[in-house]
Design a protein around this ligand. Structure first.
Ligand code: 13P
Length: 271
């Protein structure tokens, strides 16, 4: 992520916490309150670095109430959504419901959805469309597993996921898109793809977005990295010219650690 001489980023960085299936609605409120206090104490500039959380569905109403009641400058989203709007889809959550709860973002195609629930790129392209239909910004997750990485096919594999999941999306919609690169072998394992791996993929994704759309559209799309991000490695990863943010799992469950990741600009690189 390059900054120009006036200290501005090319794109506004987005630091997002994916709580996964952690934090019930009571714990979730406590965590978010602690995070807000910590950032407030540190005088975090939310206009400079955007902060988002992705709590479980059952937490969202409480999160909405807290954010609105305390006027917190934090945004939030769902961890998944149905490709359908309503009907006989037991257990699924409509984008309309998320949107009504004030969700700005929604994760689409997280590797755990792809691996555990067998979600395909074809399904994900319908979920991306559903997100836009309900005025939310999809955070489309892409990334390769260990075997693909070892075979040296990670770029090709990830770009194919990108192309397939964006099928049918026009440039006007894509202009607001967020794409998160999460190499599956680096998720929850402590294995971090190096800052140069994050930048390599971000740059390949941006070049592909230029091909699919155009240079202006691609220049506005934010590209995040996710996988074992901690306060100690956040600043180094964010140095990549095409890396515009971080999607954080485990470390987002600790308010102090997550606040330090959000404040990556103020922390010395230790790795
Ligand atoms: O999957 C992730 C975020 O969506 C990454 O999880 P970890 O940060 O726990 O590795």
């Amino acid at each position: 992520m390059t900054t120009s001489t006036n200290g501005q980023f090319d794109r506004k960085p987005l630091i997002a916490g994916n709580w996964k299936m952690n934090m019930d609605h009571v714990q979730g409120i406590t965590l978010l309150q602690k995070l807000a206090w910590t950032l407030e104490d540190a005088k975090h500039d939310f206009n400079r670095v955007e902060v988002a959380v992705f709590p479980p569905f059952t937490d969202l109403r409480g999160v909405q109430t807290l954010v609105a009641g305390d006027d917190l400058p934090v945004v939030y989203g769902g961890q998944d959504l149905s490709p359908e709007d309503s009907g006989a889809f037991t257990g699924d959550i409509s984008g309309a419901f998320l949107s009504k709860l004030g969700a700005r973002y929604v994760l689409v195609g997280h590797s755990e959805r792809r691996a555990i629930h067998g979600e395909t790129d074809e399904l994900l392209s319908r979920k991306v469309a559903a997100a836009y239909r309900h005025s939310m910004v999809p955070v489309l997750c892409v990334g390769e597993g260990l075997e693909v990485r070892q075979a040296g096919r990670h770029v090709e594999h990830t770009l194919e996921q990108l192309r397939s999941s964006l099928a049918g999306l026009d440039a006007a919609q894509a202009a607001h898109l967020v794409v998160a690169y999460e190499p599956v072998w680096a998720i929850g394992t402590g294995e971090v793809a190096g800052p140069e791996d994050a930048q390599e993929m971000a740059s390949a994704l941006r070049a592909e977005l230029v091909k699919i759309y155009d240079a202006d559209t691609a220049a506005g799309i934010r590209l995040l990295y996710g996988g074992s991000v901690k306060a100690a490695n956040a600043a180094a990863i964010m140095r990549g010219a095409d890396v515009d943010g971080l999607l954080v799992g485990g470390a987002s469950l600790d308010a102090a650690e997550f606040a330090n990741i959000i404040r990556f600009e103020h922390h010395l690189v230790t790795d």
